[in-house]
Design a protein. Structure first.
Length: 257
């Protein structure tokens, strides 16, 4: 092949759509990411924790590995889908007519839902805050390490950023009830953890009431201690898993309609 013909072939390849070019796998790794990604004709793997990602264009396959993530995806007909982990939410639509995706899930508290239209972009959130839509209303999850020093119930100064988002949503959505739920990891005495989780939830309640004012809805405060983890506190071999435990230290908010 002459140099001229080779150049023409390269230019033609560049003009082909992604699926025709046979793009390689797309691997997204990391924690607490908020972004929208074009996955046209590609095999996608997501690895990480607390991610809120939107994929557009029709993924050829999608594998999600991780915990407490919210994924929205537009899938190609017949796509292979595999959610694996803890407390995952996958919302998907189909990019064109054809065979339905083949979905195989493995894990705990995995919710897969089909929607009729293309997924809406994920609204970027500030670090430490995860938001999702539920049948009861809007749910927020704030890291306990962002809100409180270890083992304490006095709010950090940095907590104002995340809690400020709760204030804004309460004023905008006017929920019927605001449910505040404190959680800890499994380190220490179970009774002490139960008490700490409740004291933290009440500290957050007082902070919000001072700033929301008359718009504050009815509040339900709960402390669940270490009894409702989003993931295991130890690894498969029984050794400590500090990163997983950090996910369990959290305060949840449910703005009920």
């Amino acid at each position: 092949m002459t140099v001229h013909r080779l150049l023409l072939a390269c230019l033609a390849a560049l003009s082909l759509p992604a699926a025709a070019q046979g793009l390689g796998p797309l691997i997204v790794e990391g924690n607490a990411q908020r972004q929208t990604i074009d996955c046209t004709g590609r095999d996608v793997t997501v690895r990480g924790e607390r991610n809120a990602l939107t994929f557009t264009g029709g993924c050829r396959s999608l594998e999600v590995q991780g915990n407490t993530s919210n994924i929205r995806a537009e899938l190609a007909p017949g796509a292979r889908v595999s959610p694996r982990g803890e407390t995952l939410e996958l919302t998907w639509s189909q990019s064109a007519e054809g065979a339905a995706p083949r979905i195989a899930q493995e894990g705990r508290q995995i919710r897969v839902e089909q929607v009729a239209s293309s997924p809406a972009p994920v609204t970027p959130a500030r670090p430490g805050v995860a938001r999702r839509e539920t049948a009861r209303g809007v749910a927020l999850n704030l890291s306990g390490d962002v809100l409180f020093p270890f083992g304490a119930d006095q709010l950090r100064a940095e907590a104002a950023e995340g809690l400020g988002q709760v204030v804004t949503l309460v004023r905008e959505l006017r929920p019927r009830t605001l449910r505040i739920i404190g959680h800890t990891d499994s380190v220490g005495d179970a009774a002490a953890n139960q008490d700490l989780s409740l004291r933290r939830a009440r500290a957050v309640q007082r902070w919000l009431e001072q700033r929301v004012g008359d718009a504050m809805p009815a509040v339900v405060v709960e402390g669940r201690g270490e009894h409702d983890p989003v993931g295991p506190n130890t690894k498969a071999d029984g050794t400590d898993d500090p990163e997983a435990r950090a996910l369990n230290r959290r305060v949840e908010f449910v703005l009920e309609r």
